[in-house]
Design a protein. Structure first.
Length: 63
């Protein structure tokens, strides 16, 4: 797979899917991710479920 195809595939995935995949690949729990990002566990869970937390700016979700 070339770099362009990988880039296109990543763009097709939602932020939540990318976060969950990266977290699982690193063997991290939602709690560990929340602590590293200074977020609530419920916020990490909402992002992974593609729900937009009311207390989080949309620019954070888009990256």
């Amino acid at each position: 797979m070339n770099t362009e195809a990988t880039h296109d595939q990543n763009e097709a995935q939602s932020t939540g899917v990318r976060l969950r995949n990266a977290r699982e690949q690193l063997g991290l729990s939602q709690q560990a991710v929340a602590e590293r990002l200074c977020l609530k566990v419920s916020t990490v869970r909402d992002i992974e479920e593609d729900k937009a937390p009311a207390d989080l700016a949309s620019t954070f979700l888009r990256g």
